[in-house]
Design a protein around this ligand. Sequence first.
Ligand code: 5GP
Length: 183
Amino acid sequence: MDIQTYQAKIKRVLITKEEIDEKIKEAAKYIDAIYDGRPILLVSILKGSFVFLADICRAVTVPAEIGFMCAKSYYEGTDSSGVVNITMDLSQKLDGYHVVIIEDIVDTGRTLSDIVKLLSTRNPLSLRVVTLLDKPSRRVVDFKADYSLFTIPDHFVIGYGLDCAEYYRTLPYIAEYAEPTPQ
Ligand code: 5GP
């Protein structure tokens, strides 16, 4: 993709870096208050949550371990496949851990609903979900995160870890993606 096309597809900034920074502090306070000094395992769902994880893990003050899982429900383009594949699993056994799943966005709810069911079978001490973004109008399964930093309308968004065909994860803000334009 050439740089002009790349830039043209960033339609408008929805959430600035400053707004994200403010909400990260609030989310970290929420986590600190719940666990009150008890160690936690932050489980990052890759790839979309890697930037969010990097910021939230440096904002919490409770002792935290980090774990990674790779789950994919979107492929090239903006359509949901509706299929959740766990392509990389956690290295930790979960019994003995207070687990906090760190996700980029809850859209249809399928991915997290499946991940929560799966991780619950591994007997964590507790299991909570913190999501950066929530698109409740798109839900097809009954799922609610324990904590959501931003509720957004039904736009396909990019930036701050979120991609379109693997680009745009590196933007420091969250933007609305412009529909594909003819080349
Ligand atoms: P769900 O299973 O809730 O429909 O989808 C969750 C996953 O879909 C997210 O982790 C993310 O990878 C992807 N997704 C959903 N909505 C968006 C969006 O607006 N932008 C991007 N880049 N990915 C999205």
